[in-house]
Design a protein around this ligand. Sequence first.
Ligand code: SF4
Length: 365
Amino acid sequence: MAGVYIHIPFCKSKCAYCDFYSHGRYNTDLQTSFMHALANEWLQRQHEITEPIRTVYIGGGTPSCLSTTHLDEICSFFREHNSIDEFTIEVNPEDIDDRLLRFIEDSPVNRVSMGVQSLVDDELRFIGRRHDAAKAERAVEALRQAGIKNISCDLIFGLPLQTFESWKYSLDRMTDSINPEHLSAYLLSYEHGTRLYAMRSKGALQEAGEDLIHDMYDYLCTASAKAGYEHYEISNYARPGFRSRHNSSYWTYTPYLGLGPGAHSFDGIDRAANIPDLKLYIESRGLIAETEHLTPDERTNERIMIGLRTLEGLDISTFDKYDEIKKSAMPYIANGQLILKDDRFLSVAENAWMLTDSILVDLFV
Ligand code: SF4
């Protein structure tokens, strides 16, 4: 099985925390030029997929910035591919209107991922989101009315202005009232080049302290489990049967093709990355992929990094350096932060998932 990811490099405005590749200034002509390049990239590179396509993910940027004519065109790439069982589009709540709902109803899209981030208006304003909490709730309701049965919502914890109580409010409202099938909850990270990073450097915001972050994470684990979500990846929670198949394929080393500027691809052995440059992408008619060759040790380390983020963990018995990895893991197994099942499957205990980054560097070969 294989997946296809399509990166739409447009956003109507830039959120203060975001370092994803996207353009805030665009017009219809630029989007049309992008679509020509995208169609050509698909035409030239679809042969790279040698297995049936099972998942498609239109992400970005903000795919819901595109006209429905362009979104229809993207869907038409997959007309002949009847093996697709999960077809996701990312949307901004502010873009949910009759036009987009009609497109979704008539398209092969069967999963919608919505960036909600918080259900507290002051927090949303601070991070530059275009919508308020009420709009996000109405957008999910409208998607339900349109028959979408698989909705994922994103939340962020550790935001400036956020308190334990306001995080609890957002999370409770999400799980009790909005009730999506899938929830992604990320710890805010201050990425270089973002507005929040600049504000923090100038001392213009109060960063959440470690104790608060741990309390928020503990509550997230407890409340999501109580609400019936399975914590199946470090930042992802799903009701039974609603794990993200597309994202899960990243964690299980399934090949995927990434289209659009900044998108990444994986053929099972090597990775490739499209240069994040829209102008170059358009000029080269979508052909700006650069292959990245990994050494065997780099591949092992990458698998450790990805596999340890999941509930099932990593089957270390498949590695030549099994003994070395197991030896490095022993102190963490002894203190309960790592779990080794059947002498094969190594995973991080849920209460230590916030420490994953520091644990895994000690396991690298
Ligand atoms: S968070 Fe989403 S909507 Fe905001 S700038 Fe980033 S890609 Fe665009």
